[in-house]
Design a protein. Structure first.
Length: 248
């Protein structure tokens, strides 16, 4: 479990970095910049996250995302597995609305007029004003309340605006057949202990995925929890260009 300890340690570090990094990831700041025709750091990050996902799936979600870390810290308080399926589509609606506003704002401003990575971030530090602190506590408080009420990583499933862009990057790699970080399974070795399913932070039916030899779920965050908990080493995580043709 050394890998999982490292993963959790990294996520704690990124949570502690939020006073500096929060606005670099802010979708609201992206819209504020677009209103003036400015490409902000947060918009650049959206593009970067999609490119990263092309090669490594949603590894950002599983290893780096401060929001994901906050939700996982709350697992001891509410470790309930949450439903996915059609409810996972909510985040696509959120992303579509945001993208529509983004495009409209840039059109209103006359297009992209400049690129300013530090726009709206005084001195390069996110939490530098009373308003920024208020936004921080509202965002974190909302995520905490949602996690305590619903269960495992609900914001990642239903509300994350970045996830659809990362999923798009991941599936572009699948369609093109390029090498990427992905799960593999030797289903014939599975003993149906279902520890993979029980330990998945995204509440995926990993055991069923193994049985179907279909490991490319859009909700997989490449955390490797299923890999590390499997007593028979049925699942592995490595780079491959293989294309999964079965549907989760």
């Amino acid at each position: 479990m050394k890998r999982q300890n490292l993963r959790k340690a990294l996520m704690v570090v990124f949570v502690l970095s939020l006073p500096v990094t929060m606005f670099y990831l802010s979708p609201l700041l992206t819209l504020q910049g677009a209103w003036k025709g400015i490409v902000t750091s947060s918009l650049l990050f959206v593009a970067l996250s999609a490119v990263l996902a092309f090669f490594a799936g949603r590894v950002f979600c599983g290893w780096i995302c401060p929001g994901g870390a906050v939700q996982e810290v709350l697992f001891p308080a509410n470790d309930r597995r949450i439903p996915g399926g059609k409810y996972d589509l909510i985040k696509y609606g959120v992303a579509a609305v945001w993208l529509a506003f983004l495009a409209a704002f840039f059109v209103r401003a006359g297009g992209i007029l400049s690129v300013a990575p530090l726009y709206g971030i005084e001195g390069g530090v996110s939490l530098a004003t009373p308003v920024s602190y208020l936004m921080f506590y509202i965002a974190m408080g909302g995520m905490v309340v949602l996690s305590l009420a619903v269960g495992r990583r609900p914001f990642c499933h239903y509300g994350c605006l970045l996830a659809p862009f990362m999923i798009a990057g991941k599936y572009a790699a699948i369609k093109l057949g390029t090498p990427r970080l992905r799960l593999h399974a030797e289903s014939e070795k599975c003993i149906d202990c279902k520890l993979c399913t029980k330990n998945c932070p995204m509440s995926l039916e990993v055991n069923a995925m193994v049985k179907a030899s279909a490991m490319d779920s859009p909700e997989c965050i490449s955390c490797a929890a299923c890999v590390d908990v499997c007593p028979k080493k049925v699942i592995s995580l490595s780079f491959s260009s293989a294309v999964s043709t079965k549907k989760e």
